[in-house]
Design a binder for this molecule. Structure first.
Ligand code: ADE
Ligand code: ZN
Length: 337
């Protein structure tokens, strides 16, 4: 056993969370409330049952249940509620800024919803949370490639046609199987043409080639997960050379068996290679985690010192899309070390 994790000191460090999915922040209590609100049979009767249902034998089972949860988030008020709850919970973890994914194509393509009311509900929830906590935030509407690229493109056109003030980036989540058989590149080109950068999940369950593809084809400037990069020193070097951060979620990787054990997690390898790392909680209640738990895992798995933790907090602030003056203010509070 190493040094005990200094949770209060780490909570006090200003930090950004750059890898979390709004729909994945729905805890058991909220899920049951949404099911009741919409007269839908919940996947389990009580909180304990839902918490048990939030345990997965792998990525496909997780995705199936994730999309079930997504289907329970229907009205602008649902979005307002979960956004406000997530931001409030994140603030309690010492988060001063968050950029969170919203599964845009899940709602628009699969559930036939319009983006405008979803967006406006989320903005209302975030605005209320900001008034209470002072946090800042941005949205990452994302596509999932289990849907045809043409459908994703149409959906994202409607996203970009609405108010883009609060969009931090355009993202890619879900499985990576169809990346090379369908053409998702124009979606990220379109995003850039309206001033919105690209980020992408890659190398979560797949290998280093996925990370290279996301960087070279999608033009992703941050990679969610990216742990597969550790399988190829050239791809680690690509991330270093292009100064691309990986938003790593150790608890998620363990919960979805992307790694077999903590000892096999490539976080130490990625840090040693000089890759810029930020930590995220991905889908916190679904993985029985919170952001500070992720910092504790990093502390243990990579043998970090308090300065090492501070460096991860600094990365998260610097790699966010928040305005530079704002980042400098947070960094001044975070301090050197
Ligand atoms: N959507 C929500 N969580 C995800 C994950 N861990 N990987 C890919 N897509 C996701
Ligand atoms: Zn994710």
């Amino acid at each position: 056993m190493g040094e005990p994790f200094p949770i209060d000191a780490v909570r006090a460090m200003p930090k950004a969370e750059l890898h979390v999915h709004l729909e994945g922040t729905v805890d058991a209590t909220t899920l049951l409330m949404l099911a009741e609100r919409h007269g839908v049979q919940p996947p389990a009767e009580d909180v304990e049952g839902v918490d048990e249902w939030y345990r997965f034998d792998g990525f496909p089972m997780f995705l199936e249940r994730y999309f079930t949860v997504l289907g329970l988030i229907r009205t602008p008020d649902d979005f307002r509620l979960i956004a406000e709850r997530y931001l409030t919970a994140a603030s309690e973890q010492g988060v001063v800024h968050t950029e969170f994914h919203v599964s845009a194509t899940g709602h628009i393509v699969e559930n036939s919803k319009e983006w405008g009311p979803i967006h406006d509900g989320i903005v209302a929830g975030c605005t209320a949370a900001t008034a209470a906590t002072g946090m800042s935030w941005g949205l990452i509407p994302d596509i999932s490639p289990h849907l045809p690229a043409a459908d994703c493109l149409e959906a994202m056109k409607t996203v970009f046609a609405h108010d883009t003030t609060y969009l931090a980036a355009a993202g890619m989540g879900g499985p990576a199987d169809t990346w090379t058989t369908d053409d998702f590149v124009p979606i990220f080109d379109l995003a850039r043409s309206v001033g919105i950068p690209a980020v992408s999940h890659a190398g979560e369950h797949g290998g280093a080639d996925e990370v290279r593809f996301a960087v070279e084809q999608f033009g992703a400037v941050r990679i969610q997960h990216g742990i597969g990069a550790a399988q190829d020193p050239d791809v680690l070097q690509l991330l270093v050379d292009r100064d691309i951060a990986c938003d790593v979620c150790p608890g998620s990787n363990l919960a979805l068996a992307a790694v077999g054990s903590a000892a096999e997690h490539p976080l130490p390898t990625m840090l040693a290679a000089g890759v810029t790392i930020t930590l995220g909680s991905d889908d916190p209640p679904m993985f029985q985690t919170r952001l500070l738990d992720e910092y504790e895992r990093a502390w243990q798995w990579a043998g970090l010192s308090l300065d090492g933790v501070r460096a991860l907090c600094r990365n998260s602030l610097e790699r966010s899309f928040a305005p530079r003056e704002q980042v400098d203010d947070w960094l001044a509070v975070l301090g050197a070390g």
